[in-house]
Design a protein around this ligand. Structure first.
Ligand code: NAP
Length: 284
């Protein structure tokens, strides 16, 4: 059996077209969606991510602002800038690209963003809203994974066992919470899990969000399972690869996401969705 691909690029194109349409309607009513992206320092990977996010905004017809600061920007100056954006009516979403330089406290920065503009979904208020089932912003990467599941008819996961590998605040934990809200029976694994394969072999859906190559191999997957690969790593040739042994697992799984072209494009797409929703809420 060779798994079918869940194509993140194709799904992104479709969702972004819908976003652009809704954005145009909102703009026509005088409420153009606006995203501010802040980059501190000169991390080359961050610069690429930020550029892609700003371009995606422009393509969807959003107003977008990219603010770049030197690595020695003080924490106080960054917080002051965020406060100004919190009060700027043309900006509906604020994204501070992580990681920040070591002298700046990530947590303090995220908590300074108004929850109404927290389009990354990292604020404690957003995490809390997800936990209790209230309206907030969902973290973009797990939100994109849920969209991918929905695209193959898995919107309701009643009766399915979903296993999440990884428990970070930005991927693993919100992923588990979203799967739970979709009625899956959820198991969360991490570095302290004994016999990971024994657990993943029971899964109908596996989400790998670790940051290590080959964390999930063919012998760890139930035939026909859905495998979502969030990981972003480099292989020996320096090429982008995920956490999943793609070549092996695709022979066992029913569905699989590739890297690149899987979860990555969906993350940016869901940032656009969140920013649009923020603008729609502000205009309501
Ligand atoms: P993270 O904060 O480093 O968390 C990694 C998680 O994996 C931790 O919970 C850790 O457990 C767990 N882990 C480590 N080794 C393990 C093992 N051998 N078996 C089982 N679990 C293990 O990383 P993250 O921010 O969640 O990101 C995870 C990966 O996704 C990275 O490759 C990142 O680049 C990628 N990512 C991709 C996107 C995208 O758009 N495609 C977005 C975000 C992240 P402990 O908690 O016990 O340490």
């Amino acid at each position: 059996m060779t798994a079918q691909l869940i194509d993140g690029n194709a799904l992104s194109t479709q969702v972004r077209a819908e976003v652009a349409q809704r954005a145009a309607a909102l703009t026509a009513r005088g409420h153009r969606p606006g995203l501010a992206v802040i980059l501190v320092g000169d991390n080359p990977a961050s610069a690429v991510y930020v550029r892609n996010k700003v371009k995606a905004c422009a393509d969807a017809g959003f107003h977008s602002v990219l603010e770049k600061y030197d690595a020695d920007l003080s924490e106080a100056a960054l917080l002051e800038r965020i406060e100004a954006l919190n009060n700027d009516p043309a900006i509906h979403g604020i994204l501070v690209q992580l990681p920040l330089p070591a002298h700046i406290d990530d947590h303090k920065v995220i908590e300074t963003i108004s929850p109404a503009k927290d389009v990354d979904g990292f604020h404690v208020a957003s995490a809390g809203a997800l936990m209790v089932g209230e309206v907030g912003f969902k973290a973009c990467t797990p939100y994109g994974c849920m969209k991918m599941l929905e695209s193959i008819g898995l919107k309701d996961l009643r009766g399915q066992h979903a296993v999440v590998i990884g428990r970070s605040n930005i991927v693993g934990k919100p992923m588990a919470m979203m799967l739970l809200r979709a009625n899956a029976t959820v198991t969360v694994c991490h570095s302290g899990t004994a016999d990971l394969g024994a657990i993943t072999r029971q899964a109908d859906v596996v989400v790998a969000a670790v940051g290590k190559r080959n964390v999930l191999t063919a012998d760890m997957v139930k035939p026909g399972a859905v495998v979502i690969d969030v990981g972003m790593n480099r292989n020996d040739e320096g090429k982008l690869c995920g956490d999943v042994d793609f070549a092996g697992v695709r022979e066992v799984a029913g569905w699989i996401t590739p890297v690149p072209g899987g979860v990555g494009p969906m993350t940016i797409t869901m940032l656009l969705v969140n920013t649009l929703e923020a603008a729609e809420r502000a205009a309501a």
